[in-house]
Write a protein that binds this ligand. Structure first.
Ligand code: FMN
Length: 201
């Protein structure tokens, strides 16, 4: 692979709830990723993908790319464009969102051999939702990243007051806190794996 080749990273907003929080960190991550060279960042809003609860007659792993639902096919094609993913997920009842699970289930081959990083928030910084996601994405032959972004409560509360576009200063505790630049470390790992796995594919 040419080292200067562009990598496409898709950021998925994992909540479709009215008044959702997830769009705020997702927009911030999107804006920060756009600043990087040779990276094409795309923000994917699951509100724009009103997939039914997975109901295709042939399971995705066996359908050879043929879907009875045209939206399912379009969704698989959209995911197929990505070289890596960032999933911004809420924690609902100690798990990640149902809408995100459904979006995962509609696709198989297009997720394979690609890295995925996670962003979450909540009482336990979204740790439980992210751990569940790690188990699930392995079955899709994805590579879950070691680094994830767990939004601290103070940042969460400040972000709730923010309107889009997000003031990047709100994320300073994750850029300049005692753990160093958590956001940059997250990007570096994801982009390294995106490059490696693109070559491997
Ligand atoms: C159905 C439901 C269940 C929730 N369960 C949890 C939970 O288990 N752990 C947690 O930290 N927060 C929980 N919360 C609070 C969410 O973290 C908070 O509402 C967050 O803003 C949800 O993300 P969203 O706004 O992006 O949808 C729950 C919220 C809802 C609506």
């Amino acid at each position: 692979m040419n080292v200067n080749e562009q990598l496409k990273i898709q950021i998925i907003i994992g909540s479709t709830r009215q008044n959702r929080f997830s769009e705020k960190p997702a927009n911030y991550i999107f804006e920060e990723l756009k600043k990087k060279e040779n990276i094409q960042a795309e923000l994917i809003d699951l509100r724009d993908w009103p997939l039914p609860f997975y109901d295709d007659p042939i399971s995705v792993g066996a359908n050879k790319g043929i879907y009875s639902n045209p939206l399912g096919k379009q969704w698989a094609n959209k995911i197929g464009e990505g070289d890596g993913y960032i999933m911004v997920t809420p924690e609902y009842n100690h798990g990640y969102s149902a809408v995100l699970k459904n979006a995962l289930d509609w696709v198989y081959a297009e997720w394979n051999k690609k890295p995925v990083g996670f962003v979450s928030y909540g009482n336990a910084f979204g740790a439980r939702a992210i751990e569940q996601l790690r188990q699930v994405v392995v079955e899709l032959k994805m590579v879950p990243m070691f680094n994830s972004i767990h939004i601290p409560i103070d940042v969460y509360m400040a972000l709730r007051e923010e309107k889009l576009p997000i003031n990047p200063d709100v994320f300073k505790p994750l850029r300049e806190g005692r753990r160093g630049d958590v956001i940059e470390r997250f990007f570096v790992e994801l982009l390294d794996y995106a490059k490696l796995l693109k070559a491997a594919r």
